[in-house]
Design a protein around this ligand. Sequence first.
Ligand code: KG4
Ligand code: ZN
Length: 351
Amino acid sequence: MIIWAIETSCDETGSAVVIDGRVRSNVVASQVALHSEYGGVVPELATREHLRNLMPVAREALRQAGIGPGVVDAVAATRGPGLPQALMIGFKAAQAMAFALERPLVGIHHHEAHLYSAWIDGENGRARFDDFVPNVTLVVSGGHTLLVHVPAVLGHRLLGSTLDDAAGECFDKVGKMLGLPYPGGPILDQLAEKGDPGAYDFPRPLRDDPGDDFSFSGLKTAVRYFLARHPDVAEDEAGLRDVCASVRAAVVEVLAVKSVRAAERLGAECLAAAGGVTCSRGLRRELADRCARAGLELRLADPAYCTDNAGMIGVLAELKLKAGCRPAAEEEDVRPGWALPEVSGSEGAPA
Ligand code: KG4
Ligand code: ZN
């Protein structure tokens, strides 16, 4: 089966071709440089960039996969959640492509695609669902922090999510307070590598709460007050590194402790993690340490499939079509506030 996929939920314009469970091309035009000037994503600018980039990116995905549009079996696109106008650009283009090619359109839930991206091999693009292990998956990015029980492929149940800021948002906002360029997450992670994580004791919100929800806005505020009280602390490189390491230690400890606890409680053999923040070296190490101690297998999404990309959209679309899900109707629209649908294994999730 040949899937042509499109992702435009936020600030990355992505298109990919997935053929028989393997990502053959995965093209992403990032808008990071554009938005960094404003310290965050500006929806109007994102929309204009998607409009400008989508067709070249989609064409390039076909070219890299060595196919023409005529052989495509289905078109897939992110239907939600995300920025309304940004979603509209990709979803409506995909609808038009599907209409012109007389092929089905599969509308994909962005978080659900992140959820299964940990099973895509970063080297060869193969989706390894034959290796699937019942798991708890942490989906952690700039817009979302979710803990999901996945006892079977296409059989998942949301356990908890953030009550306020996402973990990546916390990194990005702390980065802004420290004067780092947007998005702060990757730079904070890099600076933290050479800092002392024990230098400052920031709160670990909800770490010891038995529930599966997260909260990061209190930590962000604690850092703001700390910096107001100690304006000189991050002035030199060493101080900046220590603040970054201490903030990162607080965030990754909460994420890892709660994820491992949920996996143990549910008797899952494996913990998986995906989404942009899973690029963090600190988080990858913390999860590896805690999983090893708990005797849990760890499945981390490859960095190429962590941040927003259309490869994961195409992989999930193929899974769903093969499971017999109903393609989207032609008149369907985007769903910017779409909550993660709960799915039980065999039904394969109607789109
Ligand atoms: O999945 P993604 O590309 O977009 C959303 O769906 O939100 O994730 C972007 C987020 C940003 O908050 C960014 O700062 C964070 O992922 N991020 C990182 C790293 N790389 C990206 N956070 C910490 N360490 C990193 N290396
Ligand atoms: Zn995302």
